[in-house]
Unconditional design. Sequence first.
Lengths: 368, 407
Amino acid sequence: MPIRTEPMTINLGPQHPSTHGVFRLRVTFDGEEILEVEPIFGYLHRGTEKLAEERNYVQIVTLTDRLDYVSSMINNQAYCIGVEKLLGVEVPLRGQYLRTITAELQRIASHLMGIGFFMQDLGTLGTPLMYCFRTRERILDLFEMLCGARVTVSYMRPGGVFADAPEDFWPALARFMEDWETEFGEIEQLILENEIVLMRCRGVSPLPLETAINCSVSGPVLRASGLAWDWRKMDPYDAYDKVEFDVPTATNGDNYDRFWVRIQEIHQSARIIRQCVEQIEPGEVRLKLPLVLRAEPGAEAYGRVEASKGELAFYLVSDGGISPYRCKIRSPSQINLTVTEHLLVGWKLADMIVTLGSLDINMGEVDR
Amino acid sequence: MSCHLAEGNILHDTLMYRVVYDFVCPVLPAWLSYLVAGLAIMIILVNMVLLGAAVFVWAERRLLGRFHNRIGPNRWGPFGLLQPIADLIKLLTKEDLTPANADRITFFAVPIVMVMPVILVLAVVPFAKDTALANLNVGVLYILAVTSLTSVAIFMAGWSSNNRYAMFGAIRGVAVLISYEVPVVLCLLGVVMVAGSMSLSGIVAAQTVPFLLVQPLALFVFLAGTSAELNRTPFDVAEAESELVAGFHIEYSGVKFALIQTAEIGGVLTACAVTATLFLGGWSGPAASYLGWLWFGIKVAIIAFIFVWVRATFPRLRIDQLMALAWKFLLPLSMINLLATTLEVYFLRSDQGVLSTNDLWIMSGINLVVAVTSIALFGILIRDKVRPSKPTIPAGAVAPAALGEVS
């Protein structure tokens, strides 16, 4: 006679060490296996979209920092591209290169956080995480040289960047580009071929490409499922059409692939930075624009970039005033979360935590 | 007037006990002397566990700091040595909460039931020549029996906390503890067979060649099994910080939490002491009569370092993989070890049933080969199931036309 077990419902979060912020999952378990899962979010809602309607176009840049707070450069970039499209202006070449360099540095930092916390979710006691932080810390130091801030940078402005890089930024960047591969090589050695990591991640929670596309998933999660979908290639913005890079893809879309794609993207980002440093030339970094920007009444624009977590876009509508009539944010983390149920049901509790880690969500962006 | 423990007395062999007894005996009646000596030894043992745990907490935090590429606690006292005391004061001043609807008596009993076996185990471990509190002739059996109490404590904690995370952790913990008991017992049988004794002093005396060499496979299984029983990474599914927050002791705070932590950390130290005794020759070494405690301490420290090292390096296994590892990997290995040892002892022993040093060297040669082959063989058997085919980077980006093929 089979033993009958009673399903057990557990609230994971909003205070839980592995929910990457204040995310809540109501999960029903049969023993260790997941029967039902219901993601609940909104605990970090700050009304960014509404706040944007009350501020002028330059002030909104600081709001975007707080969306995905581990990749604020890319958020700035997405918003600024949106405003530039709205106004119909073009950024000077040096500004474009500086944006590309900082965005790629930020992508490295963000992916390092993703990998580090993914390993933390796998149950390591912080060693890979601390190694990732070591490299990220140097990137934040570079940001500090550029704009004085480390996390919420607000470095970019509509029409370019806030200021040209100081003299000693370039040697520091060169030193970082020399060192980071050794540092990152240590992390890779520790985790990439680790037998337990392979056991835990291979074939776990695969995301079929069809489901991924139907759920409108983007970023490394989509590329791990096998589609080389990257806005930097498909709709190049800033200086991405002037550099060469590959779009890494994997085939299975399981946890290991998502994690592996992030590691490969870090290498590609470094490749982009190297080319940008070679190509960059002296010049203006910011367009001369009026302090208070006004767009044509009825103008609308959709500025999108490939953020570290996927497609980040700002949809701006103007009524001719000093602030946008509407500022809609398409945040990749929130849309990537829509596949949780496809990924989690049928797997075990331990797999669920790892899968959430492999999606690399950021609650600041999900709840906005 | 002097009085001493009689030669034939069962407690005469225990140096610590005899010294205390001889000290108090002239002024106290005999029955009270027994009691006082016993209590004194108990206090020494309990404090040894507590102090050892404190030192180990400090050492582990410092070492983890180095592994993590950071400094670790260094504010309190020289090298941060007073950090455990600061931790303890903090825990003692915290509010001691009992959750609503908890089973109060069971909830209260858990820390005691957890600490007890840790202290009890140390009673039979000889720290130096003749210093075990009790030189039990069934020492190994006693250790196994006492340590299995931990699973009761874990389940009590999970059940009485009235918390689902705690229940999850408790079920996992008990499953793991019971599974890993089997290979550990089987691999200890090999040690007992070679030593020809179950008493820990007898096993130390039998190690003219350290059992590290004579029983390498048993050491491997024992270390893996004990780290599972101690709930340490990569086997810490019962606590699983990233999954169950704190597992079975999620509802414990204040003094009770401090006691549970003491039990866990003391448990690591006890495991190190037992491993050092069973496999590294315990207190034996150069000038063992005087420096036995030093060799013992060094050996314990080496094994403790290995535990910390493993903890800092590996991710956690999933519960089903953990069970598979116990039943499909460690159990066959311990059986192979048992079979090999049985055959060797049967053919090598003399007519009196004793193994000479030469026999031990021969055994260690054979067993090293057996260990390497069987670990490699079973390793390959397991690896074939998990070894991935690597994804590759395409030369350039795939055109968006790929969308048409999919949808």
